[in-house]
Design a protein around this ligand. Sequence first.
Ligand SMILES: [Zn+2]
Length: 403
Amino acid sequence: MRTFKWKQTVSVLLSTALAVAVVGTSAREVTAASTEQELRDQIAQYQQQLDDINNQISDAQDDKADAESTKKLLEQQAQTIQSQISLLSTQIDNTQNLISSKQQEIDQKQADIDAKQADIDARWEDFKLRMKAMQQLNDGGSIALLSAATNLYELLSFQQTLEDIYTKDEEVLAEMNAEYEDLNNQKQELETAKSELETQMTALADQSSQLESKQDELVASAQKQNEAISAAEALENSLTEDQKELQKKYNQAMQQLDSLLAQTVNNAGTPPIVCSLNFSCPLASYKYLTTLFGQDGHTGTDFAAPGGTPIHPIAEGVVIAATWHDSYGNYVMVNHGADENGNTYVSLYAHMQSPASVSVGQTVSKSDVLGYVGNTGYSFGNHLHLELRVNNARTNPLNYVPH
Ligand SMILES: [Zn+2]
């Protein structure tokens, strides 16, 4: 019987309660944002600033990542050049060794030439002596020889011997000179080969020095990337500090709004509504439960369901909120009154597709539609976020609602 009377009483009490809540809050709160609308405006503003700052942080992180990948690329190039320089260095060393061994061959050849020259000189001295002797023999020495010789044959044979020696000397000297020429030619070839190696080495050294300056450039460029990375990091850090401050303000404002809304509920929860405790599932059907109450601090139970699924109140009651919240999106709160023991029950339905189909002060029954499942506010996918407040404390809805 009383259940029919409260309908009129509630709307009167509710408007009084709301007025009291607003006046009461503005008297207590020191901040300018004392009314619900002002709080919502400020929260929206903080949200906007947070979005901006998050974008800036993301930009700074992108800049940092770009600089890091550029730096990595430059270092890889420097590394490649370093291995080319190492390779060249080995080639230069090898060439230097070849030049040294060529020089040793040249030195050896020069020693051979010097020895050959000494042989020629010595042979030439002998030859000159023999020439002199033959000259003396021809210039009348033959007389002396004649007297010394015991017979003509001996004399002729002596002369023949001298002539033979002379011819031999000539042959030997010619041969030696030819050998000397050969040695000089060989030495010349060695010198040419050495000079070719030296040209090669100069080219290698040039190449190496070009690579070294290229490597220096790359290292300097990589160093510059460090500056860019540091700058991006510094910016990111300072932005993160700002973000923390802003997040704190945002959370405070949200808390203020929550307590303001709780105050409203508190004051609205006093009408003599008798709660039957005969609760029903708010959705005729749903896919599955996603996040449960208390899971990671979750304040309600999430029912995944297709967008547009009608949402019904879990029990009859009076609508005490039908509005927008940054986290809840479009949401409705229904006061179900108190049970026989004086425990109060208030339910909340969040993330509705569009603004509520009901308005504040309206009496609703289980067959009424509050709104439709959606994805508004802080939500990632169509679902109904259901909260139940028993004596103003958030409680696991599944303890009361069949599912
Ligand atoms: Zn939820």
